[in-house]
Design a protein around this ligand. Structure first.
Ligand code: MTE
Ligand code: MO
Length: 483
């Protein structure tokens, strides 16, 4: 006789075993592989709601779902009458599913010879561990569950350490730009309650469809520029860094950034202007697109006209250091003024010139084919929502309208007249600009709204829109109650 508790515990024990072995052998994670399958195949409304409600807890939640599903299947198995052939069949099916997920594109470290073999061995060991645990006496269930949970925690910890080691090693030497910019200052250094001018890298939002960032080895990494061009080019990491690198200041925003959200950041980037590189490879007259491809196979296409019109870069650094793995080490493509999911691939490995449109990652989910420009937007950093003991004496925030720049920011209280806010200095048109306005709110409930106008004459749209398909719009509105 078995019990559902023993079944669930056995499954947890098996998953923990597989995960711990995979981490120790530095190969692909079976749990993350299943998670990646969920990310890639999740229906559009589910994905949008996950982004909206779970925010940056999305990956841990997907991981928990994968582990929970295994435990649930184990519980069902444990509840039914025991039979070895059935236990074998269900366990083998679970392991085969994980193994299949490991072999899908986009799973780091599990697709080439040796590593694939180790990943499959770890998964098979997990299946075997589940089977053995299933024949344990039911009173062993708590101990098995504890062992499984501990193994999982240890595996995830080992992965996190591997990631920080990778970042520490890659980031050890600074990056030298051929023409460095002066230190970033906008004159608002003494303003309180407002976002820092530069978003610290550790606070800079991370968004991608990878369960964890691929850890790319710069010694073997290579950027291939291929396709419809006269002089295809290959660059090693060292060769790329030896080019004339420039620095530029710009905001990077996710198209999922909602009013008041922090799914964007302002930073100083180091990169190679893409225009120069294109001149070098001499695209054929018929070439119309530049497909940017990541090591995990993720693709995003930029129309060549746009690359020539706007500034676009192969970015290798952020805040004066090489990119962290999460932000795309060793290189990414970034075109300021275009939302993140249309701006280019992190973990760049290929640039392909094509005559025909490409089937990009986001296309099947209904996102537009054309790169979507970032909407001019103002965010109120202070006051923030809630009850305030005293009337706040200032309203302040940031506004962005890349690549042309912020012309003006206005604030209105309780639907009254729009008042012009004071603007801090402009680092670059593509960067964000800090703003503030003195406030004097009488006791009671008030709404504070802000809007921004772009220098190209484009005002911030007052129409409330969801992020899908062209970015959120409307005015950021903060409601405060002054006692
Ligand atoms: N390879 C790859 N590049 C990618 C993505 C991805 O999923 N895979 N996501 C894009 C999206 S949606 C955004 S918003 C930005 C986020 O960059 P960040 O994580 O450095 O902030 O990267 C873009 N580049
Ligand atoms: Mo994004």
């Amino acid at each position: 006789m078995s019990t559902w508790q023993l079944g669930a515990a056995a499954a947890l024990f098996g998953v923990g075993t597989a995960e711990l072995l995979a981490a120790a052998w530095q190969t692909g994670s079976p749990v993350d592989a299943v998670g990646k399958f969920v990310v890639d195949t999740g229906p559009m409304p589910v994905v949008e709601r996950t982004v909206k409600y779970l925010r940056s807890a999305d990956k841990p939640a997907i991981r928990a779902l994968a582990v929970g599903t295994a435990a649930g299947a184990g519980a069902l198995l444990g509840r039914a009458e025991r039979s070895l052939p059935r236990d074998l069949a269900v366990t083998a099916a679970g392991a085969a599913g994980a193994a299949r997920a490991l072999r899908r594109p986009g799973v780091p470290d599990a697709r080439s010879g040796n590593q694939a073999a180790r990943a499959l061995a770890a998964t098979a060991a997990g299946g075997l561990a589940t089977l053995l645990a299933l024949s344990a006496p039911p009173r062993r269930a708590p101990a098995l569950a504890l062992a499984g949970g501990t193994a999982l925690a240890a595996a995830f910890r080992a992965r996190r350490q591997q990631l920080s080691r990778h970042d520490a090693e890659r980031g050890a030497d600074g990056l030298r730009a051929a023409r460095p910019l002066p230190p970033p200052r906008d004159g608002a250094e003494s303003w309180s309650g407002v976002s820092p001018l530069m978003t610290p890298v550790e606070d800079f939002y991370v968004t991608d469809v990878a369960m964890r960032p691929p850890l790319v080895d710069p010694a073997t990494w290579q950027l291939d520029i291929t396709g419809a061009c006269a002089a295809p080019l290959q660059l090693s990491y060292t060769q790329l860094l030896a080019r004339d690198l420039v620095e530029f200041d710009a905001v990077l925003s996710c198209v999922h950034n909602r009013l008041g959200w922090h799914r964007l950041g302002n930073q100083r980037w180091t990169g190679l202007p893409l225009r120069d590189l294109l001149d070098e490879v001499a695209p054929h007259d018929t070439a119309r697109f530049l497909v940017t491809r990541a090591t995990d196979g993720w693709e995003c296409t930029l129309p060549l006209d746009l690359v020539r019109e706007l500034d676009a870069y192969i970015v290798v650094g952020m805040a004066g250091r090489p990119l962290s793995a999460a932000h795309g080490f060793p290189a990414r493509v970034f075109m300021p003024g275009i939302y993140g999911q249309f701006t280019g691939a992190k973990w760049l490995t290929g640039l392909r010139l094509t005559e025909h449109p490409n089937q990009d990652y986001w296309l099947p989910r209904g996102w537009p084919r054309e790169p979507v420009p970032v909407r001019p937007t103002a965010r109120i950093d202070t006051p923030s929502v809630g009850r305030l003991p005293d009337s706040p004496d200032v309203c302040a925030g940031v506004a962005w309208a890349p690549p042309h720049g912020v012309e003006a920011v206005e604030v209105r209280i309780d639907g009254g007249p729009w008042q012009a806010a004071e603007l801090a200095g402009e680092l670059a048109p593509a960067a964000w600009r800090r703003w503030r306005l003195p406030l004097a709110l009488p006791p009671g409930r008030h709404t504070v709204q802000a809007r921004c106008a772009g220098r190209d004459g484009q005002p911030q749209s007052p129409v409330p829109r969801e992020p899908f398909p062209t970015g959120a719009s409307g005015y950021h509105t903060v409601t405060v109650t002054v006692r």
